[in-house]
Design a protein around this ligand. Structure first.
Ligand code: DAH
Length: 338
């Protein structure tokens, strides 16, 4: 008898019904005149006296469990029925908030799309980089200040084989040239790290897009035309560019490129400090030493490279000045880009 009670208790606990009919069948089976509980109470009369107490308690537990189960299911079926009867199914759903792309992702895509249209492929490299790819192969002399603890986050500092967070995406140039023979026409987007105090104008990480074009007979004129096309696509047909001599260890000659201020159109405003020009990127002809370091014959091939900051481009496109906004996840800022 105890076994029977336990079985029915388990059946009750597992029972589910999706209609009132199913529930009624369960009620009749358990509590009906010829139901399981009546049978059990009948049999209870013949139970030996010393067992009466224990079995009686068990029977009561079962009876209560059945009643409670019926009440709960009945209740929930009734409420679902009333809700669906009173619900206007033609009512429009509540507004839902859709997300938006991050401004850095938007501008990154725009830059990559422009270069894709010129036949550039996209490649990426590791953010944790060794000394060779980040500095040495790029012609940085051993005592160059960029290698200093003050500028670079080192992961492991053990002499020739230092491991650091890459300080620029120029490291990907080396990785690509090491495994691919020219012609190479590629852009490398990615995050870079520098050990700087976080402020409106500087951050410990930011984003760059690097470009590389290596082939026979590539000239500075090709570099200029490529960047002019890019500037017009990015900032408008009327945009002008200007190349100023500069220095980078991995390019010779090197230049910095300005565009005519896209806010005042070049007439001078506070944004361009009344010069009419704003700086947007660094570039140059790849230094023959770099080609040789990567196993490319510099007597046969030449090429150009350029690198730009995505935050800088975003600042120019959307006039976002404070770099910290890009990593603070403030929805009031981010939702403006939907
Ligand atoms: N790597 C440089 C930086 O982080 C940017 C740069 C300048 C990249 C000139 C280039 C280049 O490819 O040719 O400041």
């Amino acid at each position: 008898m105890k076994l029977k009670i336990d079985q029915l208790l388990e059946e009750t606990q597992c029972f589910q019904a999706s209609t009132m009919d199913e529930l009624e069948q369960f009620r009749v089976k358990m509590l009906g005149k010829k139901g399981e509980l009546n049978d059990l109470f009948e049999a209870f009369k013949t139970v030996a006296n010393e067992e009466k107490r224990e079995i009686g308690q068990k029977l009561n537990v079962l009876k209560n469990a059945v009643q409670e189960k019926i009440d709960v299911i009945k209740n929930s079926l009734e409420t679902t029925e009333t809700v669906s009867e009173n619900t206007d199914l033609t009512r429009p759903v509540n507004d839902f908030v859709s997300g938006s792309r991050h401004p850095i992702a938007l501008v990154r895509k725009e830059i990559l799309d422009i270069f894709s249209r010129m036949g550039y492929v996209v490649a990426e490299g590791p953010e944790i980089e060794d000394d060779w790819h980040n500095f040495t192969a790029l012609n940085f002399p051993p005592e160059h200040p960029a290698r200093d603890m003050q500028d670079t986050f080192f992961v492991e500092k053990n002499g020739v084989n230092d491991i650091a967070l890459r300080t620029h995406t120029s490291s990907v140039q080396v990785r690509v040239m090491e495994i691919q023979k020219p012609p190479i026409r590629a852009v490398f987007p990615g995050r870079v790290y520098r050990n700087e105090a976080i402020s409106v104008r500087s951050h410990v990480f930011f984003h760059q897009v690097e470009g590389l074009y290596i082939d026979k007979n590539v000239s500075f004129a090709d570099l200029r035309e490529t960047l002019l096309y890019f500037a017009k696509e990015m900032f408008g047909e009327e945009t002008k560019i200007r190349l100023r001599p500069s220095f980078f260890p991995f390019t010779e000659p090197s230049a910095e490129m300005d565009i005519s201020c896209n806010l005042c159109g070049g007439t001078g405003c506070p944004f361009c400090k009344h010069t009419g020009w704003v700086e947007i990127l660094g570039c140059g002809m790849v230094d023959p030493n770099v080609l040789e370091n990567c196993g490319i014959d510099s007597n046969v091939y030449s090429g150009f490279a350029f690198g730009m900051g995505i935050e800088r481009m975003t600042n120019l496109k959307y006039t976002v000045k404070d770099l910290r906004l890009f990593s603070e996840n403030d929805l009031r800022f981010l939702s403006q880009f939907s």
